[in-house]
Write a protein that binds this ligand. Sequence first.
Ligand SMILES: O=C(COP(=O)(O)O)[C@H](O)[C@H](O)COP(=O)(O)O
Ligand SMILES: [Mg+2]
Length: 475
Amino acid sequence: MIQEELSKTLNPKQVQYMRMDLPDPRNGEYLLAVFHLIPSGELNIMQAAAEVAAESSTGTNFAVKTETPFSRVMNALVYKVDIEKNLVWIAYPWRLFDRNGNVQNIMTYIAGNALGMKEIKALKLLDIWFPPSMLEQYDGPSYTLDDMRTYLNVHDRPILGTIIKPKMGLTSSEYAEVCYDFWVGGGDFVKNDEPQADQDFCPYDKMVKYVKMAMDKAVKETGKKKVHSFNVSSADFDTMIERCEMIREAGFEPGSYAFLIDGITAGWMAVQTLRRRYPDVFLHFHRAGHGGFTRPENPIGFSVLVLSKFARLAGASGIHTGTAGVGKMAGSPEEDVTAARNILKVEGKGHFFTQNWGRIPPQDDDAIKMVEMDDAHHVVLEDDSWRGLKKCCPIISGGLNPTLLEPFIDVMGGIDFITTMGAGCHAHPRGTRAGAMALVQACEAYKNKIDIADYAKDHRELAEAIEFFSKKKKK
Ligand SMILES: O=C(COP(=O)(O)O)[C@H](O)[C@H](O)COP(=O)(O)O
Ligand SMILES: [Mg+2]
């Protein structure tokens, strides 16, 4: 009733952006979005919702005389409102968006000007749903976690990684030596930290060259494959591609290198460029800066779930999804785990929508029989003919250490992720190699279902890590 009353307050322009009787929002013509919205000033929630739909699709603050019957067909439509919870559902005709799959363009619409409108005090995009017909036009991931597992021959545990610390300040050769220590300690994966670029004290070309030498040596000594994720974020397109090509020409085996992109600061265009240019490379989306949009106490922005879903749509092989409150960064178990599962699975249950990542709408129940979980919690597809967006891998990082591996696996409910522990390895009392060994031992304890404290009795590095990290030392 209140809703009906409020509907009567809409002006003629606002009415054009409201369709509470939209018969079937999931008919394939719309991208659906749920926002938390608190109006500011005089507007009620229905009026503010209509203003948001207008600004984020075809409209502006006044009805304009240049509208055409067709331009009205492209209006976003508010189709549901929960007045008690301040939630609004908006359907965006997906023909509005740039053709040929462009996540940057969608974000410009639905998380663009609307976030800065005077009419809102809070506007947070909480969940989104893509129709199968729209998924047809987007790349989705190419090189996946499963490809990395095959390369590393690691199938029954998370991929164990690190970020070299100090964050910056090591020279190229010092950097590579730390990589080597981690790899010979048993780790699989090393990534550049997100600000690593071409600093004067650590030239990029030398860093690449020395990492290759360190990797070759570690592979020879351990008999195991290793992976390094290089930050290719740059000032401009040409420099980014130059860095990618430099890595490809340095003699690395395919599979042994990944490209890391600072997806928020470099932008979706950089992410999608890398996906399209290098489909044979693991594309690592680092999300530094996302907190400005995603933190729960920030009323304006979008959720971790939304960011992660867009990363899968854009074709990232993996994106950081947070430690679910286990590590140093803010994040809730519900939000982070929901995001991680949504990007991994064929069908993901979000906060409001269940997203099937298939490109063909399932015709009947049998068609959905494609999701199965095997013992190791991998998602496997039963039917090879299924077409859809491949999995995007959660990357779990930030304040983790070997003692937190099992708690995180428990919260996550599976092992399909890459973990990168920076301080968690390099702060080990006997250094990086011992830190990597402690991480491997913590993982062995998990695999053998042995409590880490018991396992540590005859595993010195793990015992030292437990002693050190349980004191929560900050230095
Ligand atoms: O360098 C680190 C972690 O280092 P350390 O292991 O020393 O804390 C990463 O940039 C953060 O994890 C990013 O956060 P998120 O993964 O939440 O995006
Ligand atoms: Mg970092």
